[in-house]
Design a protein around this ligand. Structure first.
Ligand SMILES: Cc1cc2nc3c(=O)[nH]c(=O)nc-3n(C[C@H](O)[C@H](O)[C@H](O)COP(=O)(O)O)c2cc1C
Length: 360
């Protein structure tokens, strides 16, 4: 038996495993596979247009009647700081020259738009059982609209203060995101990366500080990690990087290859790709311009200037300018279909838990 069934009951699922929403890396195939296996599949909508998100949700609802999670970013859009954008462009100029990219190449604007009325209409139409946010919560009116659909609301906290804030603002469960996690830090009450907390220290302190169920995230990639999370008081785990190895992950061969060779100390926190701190496999741009840069424009504006560099170098088979988001536990994972991975993680964790309960 799991030591807590609070999240399973809240979400109406069988297994306390959430496949982390992963913008740009997982779509309906992954969500359906995980939810059908008894976990909670998550559709990240941050990089999708409303029409793309609608298509994915239609597909998901057609293929499974199990609970699902729709996930959104909810950052404050930055003001357009031309001077900073130009300084960033100048910083990257040597790469533009080296890759022979025409200065007049149109620079695409970054697609990462925060949760808004149009996305909220989709939530009202497809009523995902869970709606989760990254970077805090949207404004009160939007949150009320989400709540009125009957969805349970989740968001990520990277500190006890953020966890309490989320509980005070009505979250039904809180994801405690440790420093080991791949992708963007969910931090929203601080910009200081140096004081971010690891999963082992964060989860029990958040468990002690809030009344709602806590979901552990960051560096969990096998049954041992799940067991540890439950021992720390978590009621579920949210796993990202391990699912990137699944055939359902929509990632390039370059990215997949990089993940396969990633060791424990091959990742770090960087802001060069989007302007916000996120964990990725160290590559050329991170080494030479970051990993943290004072001149990177505010999230998500930094991404647009990098886009032509990324496109050109990827065409030549290089991931020098590609964000290879990954947590610290990439090497613990194996390539398995998402449904099998979900069931295997749960079965093995339960076996270990039962053994420990018997011994105790
Ligand atoms: C490729 C990738 C993309 C991510 N995108 C999102 C996202 O769109 N929304 C979100 O809430 N979290 C996102 N995350 C963070 C995850 O929700 C989660 O915190 C993290 O994956 C947990 O750590 P792990 O990767 O070590 O399992 C992303 C993580 C990865 C690896």
């Amino acid at each position: 038996m799991w030591t807590s069934d609070r999240f399973i009951r809240l979400a109406g699922i069988e297994l306390p495993i959430i496949q982390a929403p992963m913008a740009g890396s997982a779509l309906s195939d992954m969500v359906v596979a995980v939810s059908e296996a008894g976990g909670l599949g998550s559709l990240a909508c941050a990089l999708l247009s409303v029409e793309q998100a609608r298509r994915e949700l239609e597909t998901i609802r057609r293929r499974t009647s199990r609970p699902i999670n729709a996930n959104f970013f909810c950052h404050q859009p930055p003001r357009d700081d031309r001077a900073r954008q130009m300084e960033w462009r100048r910083r990257l100029n040597a790469y533009y020259v080296q890759l022979q990219i025409d200065d007049n190449t149109s620079v695409p604007t970054s697609a990462r738009t925060p949760f808004d009325d149009k996305m909220c209409d989709l939530v009202a139409e497809f009523h995902p059982e869970i709606v989760s946010f990254h970077f805090g919560l949207p404004d009160e009116n939007l949150l009320l609209r989400v709540r009125s659909t009957g969805a349970k609301i989740l968001s990520s906290a990277t500190s006890v203060i953020e966890a309490r804030w989320l509980e005070d603002h009505g979250c039904d469960a809180i994801i405690a995101q440790g420093l080991e996690a791949g992708g963007h830090r969910g931090m929203f009450l601080t910009e200081d990366v140096s004081t971010q907390v690891g999963t082992m220290a964060l989860v029990p302190q958040v468990v002690d500080a809030v009344k709602v169920p806590v979901i552990a995230a960051g560096g969990i990639a096998d049954a041992r990690g799940i067991l540890a999370a439950f021992a720390l008081g978590a009621a579920a785990v949210q796993i990202g990087t391990a699912y990137l190895h699944c055939p359902e992950a929509q990632i390039s061969p370059l990215y997949r290859q990089a993940l396969k060779g990633t060791r424990d100390n091959d990742t770090t926190i960087t802001n060069v790709f989007t302007g916000r701190p996120a964990r990725a496999i160290v590559n050329r741009i991170m080494r030479e311009v970051g990993p943290m840069s004072d001149i990177a424009p505010k999230f998500p504006l930094a991404a647009a200037t990098l886009a032509p560099l990324r496109a050109k170098s990827e065409m030549a088979g290089s991931a020098d300018f590609t964000p290879l988001w990954s947590g610290q536990s990439a090497r613990l994972s194996r390539e398995l279909p998402a449904a099998e991975l979900t069931r295997r993680l749960a079965t093995k964790a339960l076996e270990k838990l039962t053994l420990l309960q018997t011994l105790a």
